[in-house]
Design a protein around this ligand. Structure first.
Ligand SMILES: [Zn+2]
Length: 68
């Protein structure tokens, strides 16, 4: 997902350039399974929260480790 303005990441608070990949809760709900949606950080997101690709990847990694 590409957003054409600079925003803060909900998790790391980084401001990223507009070419960075971002996700929001609606995208996450549509893309990932319930294991990931039950993650503590994802549950804290609001409809307006945005998360950067790096933080999204670390959450995915955590969920994958928990499943092993
Ligand atoms: Zn981030």
């Amino acid at each position: 997902m590409k957003i054409l303005k600079i925003m803060d990441c909900f998790v790391c608070s980084k401001k990223k350039e507009d070419f960075e990949v971002w996700s929001n809760k609606i995208i996450i709900a549509a893309t990932y399974d319930s294991e990931l949606q039950n993650h503590e950080l994802i549950r804290k997101m609001t409809e307006k929260s945005m998360i950067c690709h790096d933080c999204m990847q670390s959450i995915i990694n955590q969920v994958n480790q928990n499943m092993e």
